[in-house]
Design a protein around this ligand. Structure first.
Ligand code: MG
Length: 459
């Protein structure tokens, strides 16, 4: 009974509670206090131990956090309330503190302010795998939760994860080398969870820091939490006016980071991913890099040139992290600012990305724009269209492109580029990616994609 009700209300309507990135939806409408409490009960029943909980800056985060905590406590598990923290800071805390058996993050990441969500964390700091999400979902719908006796319900403890997290990052970069350069950095936290950690990290790395949009505000008054170029005009302006070496911006929960060069130019997420991949293959004298099928060919090009190997996966950071472990990869990431550093945490980490790019600039003694010049140029078109019926889209794509690779959506490779059409795991949209060696090729490939989608979805 509940399953039918919830699957209808869940964003995307695919009949599953968990998407590619936990549970997401409109706050207090699709993602409710009752849902958060039952997710808390599911988490406590599954992990049977102390659970750490953190939130981003969203207005609905307190409501969902308190409901989720109540659910966990009812199963007899204790909770450590970390308050406001980036997702990777919670993950790093869970990984490092041996007594913590799991984590709950209340965030909708880059989604608009009306949204919120809940993400489960494993005891090693990774996000729940798809199988674990399915297990939680089964328990959620069965309501077969552990129920503690009145005198055995859990208690709430408070702690902070900032110090352990920032020290963890500083231990894994050449902090002295970075400090010697006295970089000027402008940071745009987008009023999200990065406010409490990234400006401080930059200061501790000896940078001259100018922070903008860096007080917590769930209304996101200046920009949307998604750190795409269109939302970063203020950052670009301040980088040039401040004569900064680098501009950095996070999404709402600071697991992603994007960069602006010293001339105020946006560094595309794929180029940043390629830069980091190249750096890691070079310092490791080879090795595997893991990335989803949606990443630019420039990543594959630089990894192969540096003597490494590229492994493609479906889209979503949990599958990238899992594949990295299986293949003993030296680095992994997604072309949306999600960078995964295996020596630190098998999950996207925005602040670690900031520290590593500064290390790269310091050790190679180059400006960020000079580093970018070393990455092959591709022309990419990314568009999204409304798509409520994901099954219809996939079925249609199988008819339109029978020879495509269906590792995730449909990927079609052409001589001078490729096309990917895939339904989003977190929003009722389909994404169309087209890439070519030049603008004309990309446009031609994109036209094939958009026409097929319009035909299938009758747009
Ligand atoms: Mg995020």
């Amino acid at each position: 009974m509940d399953r039918v009700k919830d699957s209808k209300t869940r964003i995307g309507g695919v009949g599953k509670l968990f998407g590619t990135d936990g549970v997401r939806g409109l706050a207090n409408d699709e993602v409710t206090a009752e849902m958060a409490m039952n997710l808390g009960r599911a988490m406590g029943s599954l992990r049977k131990g102390r659970i750490a909980v953190a939130i981003d800056t969203r207005i609905s985060s307190f409501m969902l956090k308190n409901a989720a905590i109540a659910g966990v406590l009812s199963t007899g598990c204790d909770v450590v309330d970390l308050g406001l923290a980036p997702t990777p800071a919670l993950q790093y805390y869970v990984k490092t503190r041996k007594e913590i058996r799991g984590g709950i993050m209340v965030t909708a990441s880059h989604n608009p302010k009306e949204y919120n969500g809940i993400k489960f964390i494993q005891e090693d700091g990774r996000e729940f795998t798809r199988e674990m999400d399915e297990e939680s979902e089964k328990l959620y719908f069965s309501k077969n939760f552990v129920k503690a006796k009145w005198n055995e319900v859990g208690q709430v403890y408070k702690d902070s994860c900032y110090r352990i997290y920032l020290d963890g990052i500083k231990d894994k970069v050449d902090a002295n080398r970075i400090a010697k350069r006295e970089f000027k950095v402008v940071v745009d936290c987008g009023n999200g969870a990065g406010c409490v950690t990234t400006p401080q990290l930059l200061k501790e790395l000896g940078c001259d820091v100018l922070s903008i949009n860096s007080h917590p505000d769930g209304n996101f008054p200046v920009r949307n939490p998604e750190p795409v170029e269109a939302n970063l005009s203020l950052l670009k302006k301040f980088v040039t006016e401040f004569n900064a070496d680098l501009g950095v911006a996070h999404d709402g929960d600071a697991d992603r980071v994007v960069f602006v060069d010293e001339n105020g130019n946006f560094v595309s997420e794929d180029v940043a991913l390629a830069l980091m991949a190249k750096y890691y293959v070079e310092i490791n004298n080879g090795g595997k890099v893991v990335t989803p099928v949606s990443s630019s060919k420039c990543v594959e090009d630089v990894v192969i040139e540096a003597g490494g190997e590229l492994v493609y996966t479906a889209v979503g950071s949990p599958v990238v992290a899992e594949t990295m472990i299986k293949t003993k990869a030296v680095f992994g990431g997604e072309g949306n600012g999600g960078l995964v550093f295996p020596e630190h945490l098998y999950a996207r980490d925005g602040a670690m990305g900031v520290a590593k790019i500064l290390e790269m600039m310091a050790s190679e003694n180059k400006k960020i724009s000079e580093l970018v010049k070393g990455i092959p140029k591709y022309y990419t078109i990314k568009e999204k269209v409304p798509c409520k019926d994901k099954i219809k889209l996939i079925e249609g794509l199988k008819e339109e492109f029978p020879d495509a690779n269906f590792i995730d959506g449909a990927r079609i490779d052409y001589e001078n580029g490729w096309l990917l059409i895939r339904p989003s795991g977190t929003e009722p949209i389909a994404r169309i990616f087209a890439e070519g060696k030049d603008k004309k090729t990309a446009e031609e490939i994109f036209k094939i994609g958009i026409e097929a989608v319009k035909k299938i979805l009758q747009l």
